[in-house]
Ligand binder design. Structure first.
Ligand code: FES
Ligand code: FES
Length: 169
């Protein structure tokens, strides 16, 4: 009987950049992102799938990265909050959270924004109810949810306007 290796090689793409590391099989994707990719915008709060502050996109779908083992992300494409801004320009979701005061301490905000991005990707014009339902897996302990909903509504409008401009070009 062979002894299993204590560490596994794991490779994935994070925000378009290849990242490889050696990890224990039980290493969580959230910890891989923070410690191996060096991207600390992905926060860990409850560590047990309750708060949503660790949400990242895996192949475009939102996942709570505290519930995914890093080896399960082998070969996949991960997007974190650091991948939102492009060319020094805030993403419309980031701009909207700023404009609408959708954060106070900011601990939940990366997860809120990544979940919002996934929501707007599948439903570009959500109702208030759909926004609240879409964010129901993300907890905020200080802002309250009204400004967060307003931020998602602003972002939806901005993203629709920029999609329409792009279509006209
Ligand atoms: S840290 Fe992942 S859901 Fe709370
Ligand atoms: S802004 Fe503090 S937990 Fe949401």
């Amino acid at each position: 009987m062979t002894t299993p290796p204590s560490k596994l090689p794991v490779s994935m793409t994070v925000n378009g950049r290849p990242v490889t590391g050696y990890v224990e099989p039980r290493t969580l994707l959230a910890h891989f992102i923070r410690e191996q990719a060096g991207l600390t915008g992905t926060h860990v709060g409850c560590d047990s799938s309750s708060c949503g502050c660790c949400v990242v996109l895996m192949d475009g779908a939102p996942v709570k990265s505290c519930t995914v083992f890093a080896p399960m992300a082998e070969g996949h494409s991960i997007q974190t909050v650091e991948g939102l801004a492009q060319g020094g320009q805030l993403h419309p979701i980031q701009q909207a959270f700023s404009d609408q005061h959708g954060l106070q301490c900011g601990y939940c905000t990366p997860g809120m924004m990544m979940t919002s991005l996934a929501l707007l990707s599948r439903n570009p014009d959500p109702s208030e109810h759909e926004i609240r339902e879409g964010l129901s897996g993300n907890l905020c302990r200080c802002t309250g949810y009204n400004n967060i909903v307003k931020a998602v509504q602003q972002a939806a409008g901005a993203m629709a306007a920029s999609a329409s401009t792009a279509a006209d070009d």
